[in-house]
Ligand binder design. Structure first.
Ligand SMILES: O=c1cc[nH]c(=O)[nH]1
Length: 425
């Protein structure tokens, strides 16, 4: 455990979270922070803050986009699953993640998948799961909604704000108010960071017309070698059009999905195509290690971190080649073997993680960057579109999340006929 502090009031817990948010603000990323509190003892089990943008420790190149999934709460959930056995941590139902901001769709889906209680300071009417402030959570599927109503609590706030408590009562210190200045600080630091961070993330890559095709990189080029660490068969397969992949993807997706299933994770995989149609990576999930490590989260994180490392390389020519050949994921295509399941919290999380990956409008000339070959058992295309339409305003209005089934009939037919096994989240 990194921290032996204890708190005995809701305000003290919310202060720990907002102190982390201030740290995040000083580091130039989304100013959101959180902590895990033991409901029984008040122990501060772990504190963390957002790290979507991060300064590279060994570089002054200044490329910041590090990991679109590195929101404070999502990281706390993965930290928990990495440490619960060695640290003998209580079950998530005995713990509360106290956060300075209402969790976004990715973080809410992650917290609900894991089973934590949640205590919230500031409301986020744009991307928060309680965006309409009614604690009814219209984004979530019905049974997940019921759980959120019990476990997501919005602290009362003292004068002059005077907010009444709303939502679930399983949250630590649910019957107490936080101080008005704690709420104010939570709101102000986030408001001061959000637009800059979104722009810095979303505009961190070249438009395809200004790029070079990485398929022409020599066999010993550092960018090609780095991509091979992501996926050994990188740049060996090309789709004729980056938005209309064909059956050439299927052997990659099924082999990687089988490997994931052999490791005890979901039988699913996500292919990442660049704007030229090159298959950059094919990635499975790691749900056996943490239930929120779905194929999509692993895929988008691995690609972002690879870019962050290369764009901060000490060799200027490596940085220049990376900038010319690897762009922001908003110009790429993610192709799921199995679509995220809209009836589960992990499906909401994965849709949310796609929104966080775009972090702004998907370019008009590059629509439909979230595709799938088949749906989980019992799920229709309508169910998937319906979840997309119920997402908080940021995802519907700004990102315009629009998941679609692949159009190539051969890929759709062959993908549907491969053995489904244990399907993905
Ligand atoms: O870290 C963050 C950033 C935005 N929204 C969140 O829920 N968490």
């Amino acid at each position: 455990m990194n921290d032996v502090r204890k708190v005995d009031t809701a305000d003290a817990a919310a202060r720990v979270a907002v102190d982390e948010a201030v740290l995040a603000s000083l580091r130039g990323t989304f100013a959101v922070g959180g902590c895990i509190i033991d409901n029984g003892t008040g122990t501060v089990v772990k504190t963390m803050h957002n790290e979507v943008l991060r300064t590279h420790p060994d570089s002054d190149a200044g490329f910041l986009l590090h990991d679109p999934t590195a929101h404070g709460e999502r990281q706390l959930v993965d930290w928990y699953f990495a440490n619960r056995r060695p640290l003998h941590l209580p079950d998530p139902s005995q713990l509360t993640v106290v956060t300075s901001l209402d969790p976004c769709a990715m973080c809410a889906g992650a917290l609900l998948t894991a089973g934590f209680n949640v205590g919230v300071s500031a409301i986020d009417t744009y991307a928060g799961i309680n965006y309409d402030e009614r604690c009814e959570f219209p984004t979530l599927p019905a049974d997940v909604q019921r759980r959120a109503k019990e476990t997501f609590g919005y602290y009362a706030v003292t004068a002059p704000c005077r907010r009444a408590h709303r939502g679930g009562t399983l949250t630590v210190f649910a019957d107490q108010a936080i101080a008005a200045d704690t709420l104010e600080l939570s709101q102000l630091v986030f408001a001061g960071s959000v637009n800059n961070v979104r722009t810095s993330d979303n505009e961190s890559g070249r438009a395809p017309a200004d790029m070079r095709d990485p398929v022409h990189l020599p066999s010993d080029d550092p960018i090609r070698l780095a991509l091979q660490t992501l996926y050994p068969d990188t740049l060996t397969t090309r789709s004729a059009h980056p938005r209309f992949p064909g059956p050439e993807l299927l052997p990659h997706l099924t082999a990687v999905a089988d490997q994931a299933a052999n490791r005890g994770s979901a039988r699913n995989a996500v292919a990442l195509l660049d704007p030229f149609g090159n298959l950059l990576s094919c990635t499975g999930g790691a749900e056996a290690r943490s239930p929120i490590r779905t194929a999509f989260l692993e895929s988008t994180r691995d690609y972002a971190q690879l870019r962050w490392n290369l764009m901060n390389d000490s060799d200027r020519s490596v940085r220049d080649t990376a900038a010319a050949t690897l762009t922001h994921a908003k110009y790429c295509t993610f192709v799921h073997l199995v679509a995220p399941d809209p009836s589960r919290a992990a499906g909401v999380m994965t849709f949310g993680a796609y929104g966080s990956t775009m972090e702004g409008a998907v370019p008009q000339a590059f629509p439909s960057s979230f595709q799938y070959i088949r749906t989980p058992a019992g799920v229709t295309d309508f169910d998937i579109a319906s979840l997309a339409a119920r997402m908080p305003p940021f995802y519907c209005q700004d990102v315009e999340l629009a998941p679609m089934r692949v159009l190539n009939p051969e890929l759709a037919a062959q993908g549907a006929s491969t053995a489904p096994g244990r399907v993905g989240h």
